[in-house]
Design a binder for this molecule. Structure first.
Ligand code: TXA
Ligand code: MG
Length: 346
C-alpha cells in the first residue's frame, strides 16, 4: 500500500473523511501527538488499527469527538465530567465514561468504560467534523516506539501500512493526553499529560489521585488501572539511566558515566537541559529544553528519544525534572524509557 503524506487542506480533509467512512485508517495531528484514526463504530476498521500498530488487543483506544452532542450515542456522562469538559475541552484531557453498545468491544478491549477526548488541533477538529464520526485513535507509532510528534515520525513507523497521513506540522504539547478515571470513586489520573493534577483539582475542588505506576514500575501481581501502563513504551533501544541529585553532583555524574561508557566502547550520550549544553559539550549532549520550562521538555522529548535510535545509541544518561505540573508527564515517559532506572548522584 502506498502511504500518502498530504498537507491538511480542503482536498486532503475530504479524502480523509472518505477513507474513514469506508473503514480505512488515517493518521492525523492533534495538539498532543499524532493519532491513527478509524471509525470507532466499525469493528473491522478498529481491528486494522491494532494490526497496523502491532498493538496488543488488550490495550483499549481513545475515542475522539468534535462536539459534545456526540457523547449521548457512545457513553453515559456523569455530572462531574461536565465541569471538566467545560474547563478543558477541546484539549489534552481524556475522560473515562461508562460505554454504550454502539462502541464495539474491540475499542475498549472488553472494558465497560470508554475513553473519550475532544482534541483542540484545528486539523483534528476539521477532520472529525468532515467525517462526523467518533474516531478511535491511539498514538500513530508502531507499538513500543515513542509516540510521533511530526508527520515524518508517523511515516517512519507506518509507511506502507496506511493510506494517508495528514500533515499538520509538529505537535505543540508533545506528550499524550491526561487520562482521568471518574468511574471508580476518587478521580484518578491513570496517565499524566498536558492537563495537570493541579489544574484538575482547581476545577473539581477535590483531591485527584495518581495511579500507583506513574513514577515506578508495576509491582508483580499489581493490576494496571490503565492497560497501556503495562507495556514497555517510549523505550529507545539504548539503556537509559536517569540521574537525580543536586545540580553539580548530577553534572559530575553525567560526565563520569559518559566517560566510563565510552571507555567500554559503547556509543553513549547525555540528555540535558539547554542550560547545561556547554558544560556537557564533551558528552555528546542532546538538548531536552530549559530546566525552567517543563512544557518545552514535553514538546521535545519524543523527538529526542526517537533520535537515539536513529543514532544507534547504546548508553544514555539523562537529567530529570521535578514531577510537578507537566513535569509529571515528562517524568512518567522518561521513567518508562529508562525502565525506571534512576541513580542518585551524591
Ligand atoms: O493524546 C492522546 O491521548 C493520543 C492522541 C492521538 O489523542 N492518543 C493516545 O492513545 O495516546 P494511546 O492509545 O496511545 O493511549 C491510550 C491510553 C492507553 O494507556 C490505554 O490503556 C488508556 O489510554 N485507556 C484507553 N481506554 C481505557 C479504558 N477504558 N480504561 C483505562 N485506560 C484506558
Ligand atoms: Mg500510545
Amino acid at each position: 500500500m502506498k502511504t500518502e503524506v498530504l498537507h491538511a487542506d480542503r482536498h486532503s480533509l475530504a479524502l480523509a473523511a472518505d477513507l474513514l467512512t469506508s473503514g480505512r485508517l488515517v493518521a492525523f495531528p492533534t495538539e498532543t501527538v499524532y493519532g491513527l484514526g478509524a471509525n470507532a463504530e466499525d469493528r473491522d476498521a478498529v481491528l486494522s488499527i491494532f494490526q497496523a500498530k502491532g498493538r496488543p488487543a488488550d490495550n483499549p483506544l481513545i475515542v475522539h469527538i468534535h462536539d459534545r452532542s456526540q457523547l449521548n450515542r457512545i457513553c453515559i456522562v456523569p455530572d462531574k465530567a461536565e465541569q471538566l469538559m467545560d474547563a478543558f475541552w477541546p484539549g489534552p484531557l481524556t475522560i473515562l465514561f461508562e460505554k454504550l453498545p454502539v462502541i464495539p468491544d474491540v475499542v475498549t478491549a472488553g472494558l465497560p468504560t470508554v475513553a473519550v477526548r475532544m482534541p483542540s488541533h484545528p486539523v483534528a477538529t476539521a477532520m472529525l467534523k468532515a467525517c462526523n464520526l467518533p474516531v478511535a485513535a491511539p498514538s500513530a507509532n508502531r507499538s513500543g516506539r515513542p509516540s510521533p510528534t511530526t508527520a515524518a515520525h508517523v511515516l517512519e513507523d507506518m509507511d506502507g501500512r496506511i493510506p494517508l497521513i495528514l500533515n499538520g506540522g509538529p505537535c505543540e504539547v508533545g506528550v499524550e493526553s491526561t487520562v482521568l478515571d471518574l468511574c471508580h470513586g476518587v478521580p484518578t489520573i491513570l496517565r499524566p499529560g498536558g492537563v495537570t493534577k493541579e489544574m484538575l483539582e482547581d476545577v473539581l475542588h477535590e483531591e485527584v489521585a495518581l495511579a500507583g505506576s506513574i513514577l515506578r514500575p508495576l509491582q508483580p501481581g499489581e493490576k494496571a488501572l490503565s492497560p497501556g501502563m503495562r507495556y514497555q513504551h517510549y523505550a529507545p533501544r539504548a539503556v537509559v539511566t536517569l540521574v537525580e541529585g543536586t545540580e553539580d553532583a548530577v553534572l559530575s555524574f553525567l560526565k563520569e558515566s559518559y566517560r566510563q561508557a565510552s571507555r567500554r566502547g559503547e556509543k553513549a550520550c547525555v540528555l540535558c537541559f539547554s542550560e547545561h549544553l556547554d558544560t556537557l559539550r564533551e558528552c555528546c549532549p542532546h538538548e531536552i529544553g530549559s530546566r525552567n520550562h517543563p512544557e518545552e521538555v514535553a514538546h521535545r522529548l519524543f523527538s529526542v528519544l526517537r533520535s537515539l535510535d536513529d543514532e544507534n545509541m547504546e548508553s544514555v544518561f539523562s537529567e530529570v525534572i521535578p514531577p510537578e505540573g507537566v513535569g509529571l508527564a515528562v517524568m512518567n515517559r522518561l521513567g518508562r524509557a529508562a525502565a525506571f532506572r534512576i541513580m542518585h548522584a551524591e
